[in-house]
Design a binder for this molecule. Structure first.
Ligand SMILES: Cc1ncc(COP(=O)(O)O)c(C=O)c1O
Length: 436
């Protein structure tokens, strides 16, 4: 089929996520390798968002493909409740080795939202308390509890499950200076007091906030959340769905602050999206609580052998190719390239990055810091920038007044510079809209 035929038939018979269906204009993709993908007609794109911030090892790695093929030839599926496989056993042990502290036991899901759902269930079952505190400017997934925990416009469309409380953190948008870690923690502490500490099962937070703008916690914030949770017997759940598996230059972003959460949700980079898999990791004492009481969750495809085999092979790629170190090293170069954009383009209001997790926030005026598009909206300039990136063969997410720089961790220096050269030219569009 041609690219146009694929796009038209897809639009006729399938739904595109989080989109007004009539205006979706999908890129038809036929193949991919490394940091590039191609349309059926051969137009090449550099993947500067690792698709949905998930193809961390890069596209088309034959080591993972062959592991999946071997697993499928041997065994495609067993019932997860009463049977087990070598792939499941090995993956649990491997994750216990690479996750922080005594996070030793894992429940496998199909993706990130289900990992969050189950983390919330576990926290409620363990503590016997109902409420979950999470942040505004967070995304935790589109299933019922995960969406209720989410604190951004994607959760505005449905009546939400009760039992969820939102707090602000240090970041208040590009127009306001950030709060200190202490100020943000005081707010969280006050909300915990007002809600009743012994009604709160968990504080759930992305270790580095992802789609809401790569928000990197100030030093002391995560440690302070850990301390507040300890004081009140509340579990700390780290959402590492996007920030995990090397994205920030550590296996898991929470390690930057030396904190061990009680529960950790992961997905995306776990298999680099070669096949779907998520997991929730439990600290040993929490896992032990289910030795003589029922674990309150289950999924037909939990611990799917093909997904477990893909995850094991993916983790082996991170190790063999030193991709976690690479993310840190290339991340230092990316931070330089981002600073350089900020120095030369008046429409760049802020840049943030940690490892290969980066964002550029655009403004109309660096004095007022008026964003180039409003919260939850777009503008002709942001739309034109998105169109330019697409025409020039750069794929990334453009959202509200910002866009991401999240390449696969295998990216070379030359490829990184190639992408930044396109961005550099694109920013001429938004620079023209700057009113000094
Ligand atoms: C931080 C975070 N948590 C949870 C999710 C939900 O994961 P999934 O889409 O695999 O259900 C996402 C997805 O983008 C995410 O970024």
């Amino acid at each position: 089929m041609t690219g146009d035929e694929i796009a038209a038939l897809s639009k006729q018979h399938t739904i595109f996520e989080w989109a007004v269906q009539g205006v979706v204009d999908p890129i038809p993709v036929a193949r991919a390798k490394g940091v590039y993908f191609w349309t059926p007609e051969g137009k090449r794109f550099i993947d500067f968002n690792s698709q949905l911030m998930c193809v961390n090892i890069g596209h088309g790695d034959t080591r993972v493909i062959q592991a999946v093929q071997r697993q499928m030839e041997a065994l495609c599926y067993v019932t997860p409740g009463g049977m087990t496989t070598e792939a499941r056993a090995q993956l649990g042990a491997k994750l216990a080795a690479i996750t922080p502290g005594d996070i030793n036991v894992f429940f496998f899901t199909n993706g990130g939202a289900e990992a969050i759902e189950n983390a919330i269930k576990i926290a409620r079952a363990y503590t016997g308390r109902p409420k979950v505190v999470s942040r505004y400017r967070s995304y935790h997934g589109a299933t019922a509890a995960a969406l209720a925990a989410t604190g951004e416009p994607r959760s505005w469309n449905q009546p939400l499950m009760p039992g969820f409380v939102h707090v602000t953190d240090w970041y208040h948008g590009v127009q306001r200076p950030p709060d200190s870690a202490d100020e943000a923690l005081r707010h969280l502490e006050e909300v915990i007091q007002l809600e009743g500490p012994n009604t709160i099962a968990a504080v759930l937070l992305e270790s580095v906030t992802g789609t809401n703008g790569v928000l990197i916690p100030p030093d002391g914030y995560m440690q302070g959340v850990r301390a507040l949770c300890d004081t009140h017997g509340i579990l700390m759940i780290a959402d590492e769905v996007m920030s995990g598996f090397g994205r920030t230059g550590k296996w898991f972003a929470i390690e930057h602050w030396g904190v061990v959460p009680d529960l950790m949700a992961m997905a995306k980079g776990l298999t680099s999206a070669y096949v779907p898999l998520g997991a929730v990791g439990l600290r040993q004492p929490i896992a032990d609580a289910f030795r003589d009481k029922m674990f309150p969750g289950g999924l037909t495809y939990s611990s799917h052998p093909v997904a477990c085999a893909a995850a094991l092979a993916t983790i082996a790629v991170y190790e063999e190719d030193r991709l976690i170190d690479r993310a840190r090293e290339r991340g230092a170069l990316m931070a330089e390239l981002l600073r350089d954009l900020a120095a030369r383009h008046p429409s760049v209001g802020a840049v943030r990055s940690i490892g290969l997790f980066g964002v550029v926030e655009l403004v109309r005026n660096r004095r007022t810091m008026e964003p180039m598009a409003p919260f939850n909206g777009t503008s002709p300039e942001m739309a034109a920038l998105g169109t330019f990136f697409r025409q020039e063969g750069l794929f990334t997410f453009v959202r509200w007044n910002y866009f991401f720089t999240n390449p696969p961790l295998c990216i070379t220096e030359a490829e990184l510079r190639e992408a930044f050269a396109i961005i550099d030219r694109g920013l001429a569009i938004t620079d023209q809209a700057v009113q000094e």
